[in-house]
Design a binder for this molecule. Structure first.
Ligand code: GLA
Length: 753
């Protein structure tokens, strides 16, 4: 609900209020963003008094000697008028001026939202938008601020449109999607950073005066810094979350001012961004998604609900995602039609639903140095064609999926030999290279037309059901025959969205999964086109704990690809049990990425049971609420997924310590105290060989028994003691044999009365 009483705008959602006032000077000032206010009587007393003299700071004008720009909580900050915090908008006009003074000039409230930016959130039935117009008449700059409220999810979407109302060109040097100023500074910042194979690991830092900038400059949203951030108030635990619906270079900036205030900006990175607007032209920023909650878990829940409802779209929205097998780590480039069919046959027998043919199926692509860009089927691998192969996959009752990497080419390709000028490369200087491949200039229509035509032909003829859209290099050597290198990264992303839009409109039934060297482009922009993302090439179960937790901090499990791979793991050489690898992968969209035909009988049986179990609880895993619980023992990690009357709990034992009489305690504080629960365990295969030379007459197939009925009030408060883990000092039928990097999965359901 959005209202305006002549002096303040109130944007109210179920649990939050966002209040803006118009100052006498015409500037906007944030009065409150936080818990929902139901009665605004006396709201004038919320903001700091202006009767405060601050040394030599400049004030707005002679009539307003106490309006210090450095203390105002702006909605969109600018430079040159005394606010020395980071500006949201930097411009150059009239041949060199950069001072901007944006004052209120109008507003409107309308149902629905502004969808000018190509990757945008959807409207809901009751979605409302507030549009506030600010102007600097001298500079000829108009800024429209958009605030869209999603009441149930406690989300406020923000974006800005900058219009050149002058007669000469206006240069934009930076344009954030929003500015959010807080009147307090006791914040802890959470960010999600990393690199290949360790994407989106959570980092927590206390803020001190100065600036923290998370700047991604690689031409994609990147694994260095995800656009997702949280600010948590140390005093109250309240949390503000921010994410960006964008897939290119981005910057999140947090500034603590000397006056006890914090500014948060997020948007396109100013790095290599320069955008010239001719008279009358407009520039739209990507949309940013803001949420408020009384705790971090609640803020994550808001994001999950919002993404499932308003970011993911098309026929796969809200639909359970198929269990897949992917050929990559099973075969790499060693593709052979009959071997692939053998893998598919085995997969189908185990209950897998989708077969994904990864890299290597086309042209001369027998390794990563050749063929990329040549989108026709390799006759060497598929002598009877890919149509025939896809028919055989469908005949096995499997969906058929295909890997593509449209945005790139090898120099050793027909594409490059025919069109050497299609690469993003500066004439006279060979472009930097990553994995023997180069970025194609998709901002040129002839390049994107070629990609669309060639790839569409394969997708239609082979009746493809799923596409994994990869991107294995960052952007370098910005250059295009189409215009300046400055601004190129943004133009590239706009062209990418156009191309993705063409594919998704033309193939509405295909389930697209985005990938970029693993999870290098896990962002809301890509999720507008592709309902799933490959989380990381690193499928090691221990490493995945941090990667998946960091990912689930802002993105719902229905978007997160998680695969069971071989042991020893290809990224860590760690040896682990297949059931433990499954238990970790089950918390996302499950897949298998190993040679299923090489599994022994026990592991084959384990996989069959895993898939049946996953299908039974798939909705809980993919659309439930994920929680990581605190544990008294830092060697034990607890994950839960809850939906309706079911909670699945995973206990992950990092290191089996010599327990001195203490048992692991299962406590689920979020359950209903008034109900009674029944707890069982997913049966596990324990290899008798794990006992080595020990007498193992205590061995029990399926593991220890677990059949517990307990009240919600006990589970919520004290929790229950689980039977002891094996530590060498005696055996009982209830002893749990878990081991290092071992797991147990419990099913907690409301008991029938
Ligand atoms: C990237 C992806 C992998 C796989 C390979 C194929 O590394 O992340 O999953 O598809 O490319 O070349």
């Amino acid at each position: 609900m959005i209202s305006f009483d002549g002096s303040i705008f109130h944007l109210a959602s179920a649990n939050s209020s966002y209040i803006i006032r118009i100052l006498e000077t015409g500037h906007l000032d944030n009065v409150h963003y936080g818990a929902r206010l139901t009665d605004l009587t006396g709201y004038e007393n919320i903001s700091e008094s202006f009767d405060l003299n601050i040394g030599t700071l400049p004030y707005a004008d002679e009539e307003h000697p106490h309006h210090f720009p450095a203390r105002i909580l702006y909605e969109y900050s600018t430079a040159g008028r005394g606010d020395d915090r980071a500006p949201s908008l930097e411009v150059c006009y009239a041949g060199g001026l950069n001072t901007l003074d944006l004052v209120f000039s109008g507003w409107r409230i309308f149902s629905g939202k502004d969808d000018s930016f190509p990757a945008h959130a959807l409207s809901g039935a009751s979605t409302e938008t507030l549009e506030i117009t600010l102007c600097d008449a001298l500079a000829g700059v108009e800024v429209r601020l958009f605030y869209t409220v999603y009441e149930e999810e406690d989300i406020i979407l923000r974006s800005a449109k900058i219009i050149n109302r002058g007669i000469s060109p206006l240069r934009l040097d930076s344009a954030a999607s929003y500015c959010l100023d807080f009147p307090f500074d006791d914040f802890i910042l959470y960010s999600y950073d990393g690199a290949w194979a360790r994407e989106r690991c959570e980092h927590r830092r206390i803020l001190y005066p100065g600036i923290v900038e998370l700047d991604s400059k690689l031409g994609c949203s990147g694994s260095e810094h995800n656009p997702l951030v949280y600010l948590e108030r140390a005093a109250t635990g309240e949390v503000y979350g921010s994410n960006l619906i964008y897939s290119g270079c981005h910057r999140e900036l947090v500034e603590v001012s000397p006056f006890g205030k914090v500014r948060l900006l997020s948007g396109i990175s100013p790095y290599c961004f320069e955008w010239t607007l001719e008279s009358g032209q407009a520039f739209c920023t990507p949309e940013a998604v803001l949420t408020y909650s009384d705790c971090k878990e609640g803020a994550a829940r808001n994001f999950h609900a919002f993404i499932n409802r308003y970011i993911v779209r098309g026929v796969w929205k809200d639909r359970e995602r198929p269990v897949l097998v992917n050929s990559w780590e099973a075969c790499f480039f060693d593709l052979d039609r009959d071997r692939l069919l053998g893998l598919a046959e085995k997969a189908s027998g185990l209950g897998i639903e989708l077969f994904v043919l990864d890299d290597g199926w086309f042209s001369s692509r027998r390794n990563d140095s050749s063929g990329l860009g040549d989108w026709w089927v390799s006759e060497e691998v598929f002598p009877d064609g890919l149509e025939d192969f896809s028919r055989r996959i469908h005949a096995l009752n499997l969906l058929f999926g295909l890997w593509i990497e449209p945005e790139m080419a090898n120099r050793d390709s027909e594409l490059y030999r025919t069109h050497p000028d299609w690469l993003v490369e500066i004439p006279g200087r060979a472009a930097a290279v990553c994995r023997h491949q180069y970025v194609l200039d998709i901002t040129r229509s002839e390049v994107s037309d070629y990609l669309f035509d060639r790839i569409s032909d394969v997708l239609s003829r082979c009746e493809v059901d799923y596409v994994k859209w990869d991107m294995n290099s960052v952007l370098t050597d910005y250059h295009s025959v189409q215009g300046s290198a400055l601004g190129y990264p943004h133009r590239y992303i706009l062209a990418l969205y156009r191309l993705l839009g063409r594919f998704t409109e033309h193939f509405p039934g295909i389930l697209f999964e985005s990938c970029a060297s693993g999870g290098n482009r896990y962002d809301l922009g890509m999720l507008c086109y592709m309902p799933q993302t490959w989380t990381s090439d690193n499928t090691d179960l221990y490493h995945r704990l941090a990667i998946q937790e960091g990912t689930l901090a802002g993105y719902p499990p229905s978007t997160m690809g998680a695969h069971v791979s071989a042991s020893p793991g290809h990224q860590s050489l760690r040896v682990s049990r297949i059931d433990s690898r499954f238990d970790v992968a089950a918390f996302g969209v499950l897949g298998y990425e190993l040679d299923l035909c090489a599994l022994d009988e026990d592991d084959t049986d384990a996989v069959r049971k895993q898939i049946a179990f996953y299908k039974e609880y798939r909705r809980v895993f993919q659309f439930g609420t994920f929680r990581r619980l605190r544990s008294a023992d830092d060697g034990v990690i607890w994950w839960t997924a809850s939906l309706g009357d079911t909670t699945i709990v995973m206990e992950y034992v990092v290191l089996n310590k010599a327990h001195t009489g203490r048992c692991d305690r299962l406590r689920l504080p979020f359950l209903d105290r008034e109900r009674t629960y029944h707890i069982t365990k997913r049966p596990v295969h324990i290899d008798p060989a794990c006992y080595g030379s020990l007498r193992n007459d205590f061995h029990k197939e399926g593991g220890e028994d677990c059949d517990i009925t307990v009240s919600g009030s006990i589970l919520c408060t004290c929790g229950i003691s689980l039977s002891p883990q094996f530590t060498g000092n005696g055996f009982f039928p209830s002893t749990r044999v878990i081991g290092d990097n071992g797991t147990r999965m419990y099913i907690v359901k409301e008991a029938e009365s």
